[in-house]
Design a protein. Structure first.
Length: 168
C-alpha cells in the first residue's frame, strides 16, 4: 500500500533526533548549517529556541526535539540547523530546524513508504507524511508544511520582526 501524494521516487534528507531517524523532502531543504549562536527571543514557546543571522536575514530556529516532546537538543559536534522552506497559505517561510545530526540524502520509492500509523484520535500524526522502510529500519517522513500550526508560524514571523537592525 502506498501513501497518497507520494507517486514517484523522491529524495529525502535524513536527520536524527535522539534515537529516531526523520526525513524531509529535499525540495524543502535550503541548506544545512553547523550549530551557531542562537539569540533567544523572550516570551516565545520553549521549542522556539530563538533566531540566527543568516547572511543578513533573521531566521527563527526551532528545537525539533522539544517540538516532538523530547528533551532539549544538547550542542555536540554533530548538532546542526536545517534551513527549510515551509509553505503556509501561499506564503513561504524560512525556518531553522535544530537536529542532533544530519545523516544522508536518500531516495525512497513509493513502495518503500507506508502510511503513517493510526494511533487513536488524541495523538496528532497529520504532520507525518509516511514511514519509510530502509534496511529493516523505519524513517519518519515529515510533512514540514504541517509540523507547525499557523499560530506557531505566526510567532516565528513575529520573532523575526522583534530583532531590530537586521535586514528582513
Amino acid at each position: 500500500m502506498t501513501v497518497a501524494g507520494i507517486a514517484q521516487t523522491t529524495q529525502y534528507l535524513t536527520f536524527r533526533l535522539a534515537d529516531e531517524v526523520f526525513a524531509l523532502d529535499i525540495s524543502k531543504v535550503r541548506e544545512v548549517l553547523d550549530f551557531t549562536t542562537v539569540t533567544k527571543v523572550p516570551r516565545t514557546p520553549d521549542f522556539m529556541r530563538g533566531v540566527i543571522n543568516l547572511r543578513g536575514s533573521v531566521v527563527p530556529v526551532v528545537d525539533m526535539r522539544l517540538k516532538f516532546g523530547m528533551t532539549m537538543t544538547e550542542k555536540t559536534v554533530n548538532t546542526c540547523v536545517i534551513i527549510a522552506e515551509i509553505s503556509l497559505e501561499g506564503e513561504n517561510i524560512i525556518l531553522g530546524a535544530l537536529a542532533d545530526s544530519v545523516q544522508e540524502v536518500i531516495e525512497l520509492e513509493p513502495g518503500q513508504i507506508e502510511p503513517p500509523p493510526k494511533i487513536g484520535t488524541r495523538l496528532k500524526t497529520e504532520f507525518i507524511k509516511g514511514m519509510g522502510k530502509r534496511d529493516e529500519h523505519f524513517i519518519i517522513i515529515l510533512d514540514i508544511d504541517r509540523v507547525f500550526s499557523s499560530d506557531e508560524l505566526a510567532i516565528a514571523m513575529d520573532m523575526k520582526e522583534a530583532i531590530p537592525g537586521v535586514a528582513q
